[in-house]
Design a protein around this ligand. Structure first.
Ligand code: ZN
Ligand code: ZN
Ligand code: FE
Length: 780
């Protein structure tokens, strides 16, 4: 007699025949403990089959009673713990096969298995409980993690993603950790960075000479911080410098030592309740603060926060963050004070990432070092999100700096890339992007490439990202700026190169993250970008799709005396704006500038301008903001990027609306040329005097009115109603809200950034989207 198979036996017992289904699961389901989770559920429901990772996510083959399979699908969707997220499950029927329990399939080690490497995530609730549980073997152990939390991108050296290809490769698992690693029922099943005090990395405190100090390192650091010292702390993606945020002297010392005059510092507080007492947080801000990515969130200051004014002088918001690693949790628990947390670098340099480098470069800054021996594979800054006015009574959270906790999450391209593309971004706020098929991965923030060490890190990051994604670029995309080192680097590789005009790339990045193929109208406003005519553009209305663009309108041009120094000294663009606005008698309006600039320098620059010494013509809105801040006496120079523009915004936000400054939209001088958004009447109005806050407010409203008028005219001529907003100027919440509201008032649909920065940090995504589209056939 033939032996019955398990399937046949099951169907004899069960009046309802079993089914076998293949489930394709999409969402964030890799590197988050999805497979052991599915394994436990399937066993609980008495199902047989397998679960594994696929290129697009995860899949299961499950067999058993139909009700149990349906229950499994429902529970997979509903019960996957954070940070996992099931976006969809697609089920298809399969023929029955012999049932032999439920198994977890090992990861495939070939193909672009990218989604396996997730961003670095803060300690999960289960691990946090262990951290503070005196009876747990990982009590107060700062490197604990599990499949749902801990370091990922910052420790991965290569693929396939297993322990041997992480920076924990030199820490062999002890027997107890090994048992957890191999037990599918354990939440540390296949947790690659797993560690315990017996087998994992070690934390210690050291003096600035590098000598180890005896005693509990966290306790030593907490004592030093309470005494007003500066502590250098090795984190996930590099070092932080920290000090108590309520002590003006400690904050001033940190500023002096870091050579950082006024740029706001972020503050780490122990919990959400404390964060609420500092800043005006809406629901979205709170959700972001407690999310496993643990970004810095910029939110309006509340009075009586008790922080030193020097933490974020002359601005209306605090950058707040919650503890993002087990070490942060231990430290905040011990020190019980809000702490300034700033990147461990000297002004402008990349983040320090290894112990020797940190001791050498930060030895003169920090009084005490908290070091550990888990190497950092990638320098990752803290990500920064801002809560911005959406112009419709709500707020939108948008990244200003995208790094730890967000990278390497993939983004979708509106048109797929036919060949792997590497887009190199720009020279400021650098980030590179690798695109393949319909997916693009934007690298972490790489800083400004003018620093040789940042440039080296940029080249290495481009290599590493291609390696990680197993996508060797067949095409490059870059900015056409002749002096960008990123462009020169791209040219040196000798591959086919797509040059994407700066503002078109900005527009395309906003289109890409909103899934738009165009045509759309685009308002792109920033500090500087190389124009097709060689000029300094930055107040642009484009009509574009992903393949090309037309410059439909631009800000009225004005000269920038002093060239590059016009970006630092705001009185220079102010001189230029005055000369453009007043014509012959502009020198009678120098007035307030004489207080902001050294007399002889100003007189010389004015004379040269008058004598017709060539100065680059600019349509930059960023420089117009600088000019306005100077004309209102708010800032004579930018102590850091956007300092003057932020001062102008801060002043404007304190004044009620009383209508815009005058402006006009001028028709093209040639039939098919761009319209001129004439800002000269606004500049003249600023010279007439008045209260700075009221004028700053009216200036914002005037600029918004001008941009909306320009975009509306371009959109109606092109027959489109979608308008994308991009460029660094849209980090200004007041401006963004006014423009969005104005566009909606004209029946247009504004689209803004939510996933990548509006500034040059998002440029590479746009370049990649354009390069992908130029190789694709656009359906009409
Ligand atoms: Zn965990
Ligand atoms: Zn161990
Ligand atoms: Fe830009």
């Amino acid at each position: 007699m033939r032996t019955q198979t398990a399937v046949e036996r099951a169907s004899v017992r069960d009046p309802r025949p079993p089914v076998r289904k293949r489930l394709e699961v999409r969402g964030r389901v890799q590197g988050v403990g999805f497979r052991p989770f599915a394994w436990r559920l399937a066993r609980e429901l008495g199902l047989s089959g397998v679960v594994g990772n696929s290129l697009q996510g995860a899949f299961l083959e499950v067999q058993g009673p139909v009700e149990a399979v349906d229950t499994l699908i429902l529970r997979l969707e509903r019960e996957l713990p954070e940070p996992g997220r099931v976006a969809s499950i697609e089920a298809t029927g399969l023929p029955l096969s012999p049932a032999d329990g439920f198994r977890i399939l090992a990861s495939a080690s070939s193909g672009p298995a990218t989604a396996e490497v997730t961003p670095d995530l803060d300690v999960c609730p289960d691990c946090l409980r262990e951290l503070f549980d005196p009876s747990d073997r990982r009590h107060r152990y700062p490197f604990l993690n599990c499949t749902r939390c801990g370091p990922r991108y910052s420790v991965v050296l290569g693929l396939p993603y297993d322990r041997a290809s992480t920076t924990l490769k030199d820490f062999p698992l002890c027997p107890r950790c090994r048992a957890e690693y191999e037990d599918p029922a354990d939440r540390r099943f296949h947790a690659q960075p797993g560690a315990c005090p017996d087998c994992g990395p070690r934390l210690w405190a050291a003096d600035p000479a590098g000598a180890e100090l005896s005693g509990d390192p966290v306790g030593l650091a907490a004592d030093a911080l309470r005494a007003g010292s500066v502590v250098a702390l090795k984190g996930v993606g590099g070092f932080h410098l920290c000090c108590r945020a309520d002590d003006p002297r400690a904050v001033a010392r940190l500023r002096g030592a870091k050579d950082r005059e006024a740029k706001p510092f972020a503050v780490m507080v122990a919990d959400l309740a404390t964060a609420r007492s500092l800043a005006d947080l809406d629901r979205a801000c709170e959700a972001a603060l407690i999310s496993p990515a643990k970004p810095i969130v910029l939110a309006p200051k509340l009075p009586g926060a008790g922080l030193a004014e020097g933490v974020a002088p002359d601005t209306g918001s605090w950058g707040v963050m919650l503890p993002g690693t087990p070490l942060h949790h231990l430290l905040l628990d011990a020190v019980r004070l809000p702490l300034v947390m700033t990147s461990g670098n000297l002004s402008g340099e990349p983040l320090c990432a290894d112990n020797g480098e940190a001791l050498e470069r930060l030895g003169g800054v920090a009084d005490l070092f908290l070091l550990h021996d888990r190497p950092i594979a990638r320098r990752l800054d803290d990500s920064v999100l801002a809560s911005l006015d959406d112009g419709g009574g709500g707020r939108v959270l948008a990244p200003l700096r995208r790094a730890r906790g967000f990278v390497p999450s993939p983004l979708a391209l509106p048109l797929p890339a036919r060949e792997p593309i590497l887009a190199v971004g720009g020279d400021l706020k650098s980030a590179v992007c690798v695109a393949e098929g319909g997916r693009a991965v934007l690298s972490e923030h790489l800083g400004d490439l003018e620093h040789p060490s940042a440039f080296r890190n940029f080249g290495a990051a481009a290599e590493r990202l291609q390696g990680l994604l197993r996508a060797r670029a067949a095409r490059l995309a870059a900015d056409p700026h002749p002096l960008y080192v990123s462009t020169r680097w791209a040219r040196s590789l000798g591959l086919p190169l797509t040059l994407v005009q700066h503002h078109h790339a900005h527009a395309a990045s906003c289109m890409a993250e909103n899934g738009l193929r165009g045509p759309v109208a685009a308002i792109v406003c920033d500090g500087t970008g190389y124009g097709t005519d060689g000029g300094v553009w930055g107040g642009e209305i484009l009509v574009c799709d992903l393949k090309g663009f037309r410059r439909a309108a631009h800000l009225s041009p004005f000269p920038l005396p002093g060239g590059d120094s016009a970006g630092r000294e705001t009185w220079r663009p102010a001189l230029g704006a005055l000369s453009a606005a007043w014509g012959a008698d502009w020198r009678s309006h120098l007035g307030v500038l004489e207080r902001l600039a050294e007399g002889r320098t100003l007189a010389l620059a004015a004379r040269r301008l008058e004598a017709g010494v060539p100065a680059p013509a600019s349509t930059s809105l960023g420089r117009l903001f600088d000019a306005a801040a100077a004309l209102l006496g708010l800032r004579g120079r930018n102590r850091f990027e956007a300092d003057a523009a932020m001062a102008l915004q801060h002043a404007a936000e304190s004044a009620p609306s009383a209508g815009p400054l005058p402006f006009s939209l001028l028709p093209p001088s040639r039939g098919d040329g761009p319209w001129i958004m004439d800002a000269r009447p606004m500049v003249r109005a600023l010279c007439r005097g008045g209260e700075a806050p009221a004028l700053a407010r009216a200036f914002h409203e005037g600029v918004a009115g001008l941009l909306v008028a320009g975009a509306a005219s371009a959109a109606s001529a092109a027959g489109v109603d979608a308008v994308v907003l991009s460029g660094g100027c849209f980090a200004n919440s007041l401006l963004l809200g006014l423009v969005c509201a104005g566009l909606r008032g004209r029946g247009l649909r504004p689209y803004t950034h939510r996933s990548v920065p509006c500034g040059d940090g998002g440029l590479a995504l746009g370049q990649a989207a354009v390069a992908a589209a130029s190789g694709a056939d656009l359906p009409d």
